[in-house]
Design a protein. Structure first.
Length: 151
């Protein structure tokens, strides 16, 4: 299993996809919205998604561990685990992280990361009145969306 982008997300981003060198850029937009909102979507079937890569590509390679850390932080909040409870934190991190994987994620960690990306796409669809048609408008609305979710 690798990083997954929903097929409906590919269609939604189709007018701006050409501005980004990898599909991971589009995945990242969804993922950040999922992290910011805390929204996950685990009800996506395999025929609705495309696995597109198993590692952090290009410029994301150096930031992969940061994204894994953000996943851990978001999951600990979602599960209401107190960070002072080291044993519980360790158990959860052990479920998510695989240091020998090219993505640093276990299969469970990858499922959870993808669930936040899928949920983040749902958040973007709710926040935007229509799919993005220009990069300039998208970036402006996206920044506003993430800012609103952070408040």
């Amino acid at each position: 299993m690798g990083f997954q982008l929903r097929k409906d997300a590919r269609r939604w981003f189709r007018d701006i996809e050409k501005h980004y060198p990898t599909l991971f850029d589009l995945y990242y937009f969804c993922l950040v919205a999922g992290f910011a909102s805390g929204q996950r979507n685990i009800d996506i079937s395999n025929d609705e998604i495309d696995d597109f890569i198993e590692y952090f590509p290009g410029e994301f390679r150096s930031r992969g561990k940061l994204l894994v850390g953000t996943l851990i932080d978001t999951e600990l909040r979602h599960l209401a685990i107190n960070v002072e409870d080291r044993d519980e934190v360790y158990r959860e991190v052990k479920k998510i992280v695989d240091p020998n994987s090219p993505s640093y994620l276990s299969s469970e960690g990858m499922k959870r990361m993808n669930a936040y990306a899928h949920g983040g796409f749902d958040v973007l669809c709710e926040h935007f009145s229509d799919r993005p048609r220009s990069i300039e408008t998208f970036i402006r609305k996206y920044c506003k969306c993430i800012s609103d979710l952070g408040e």
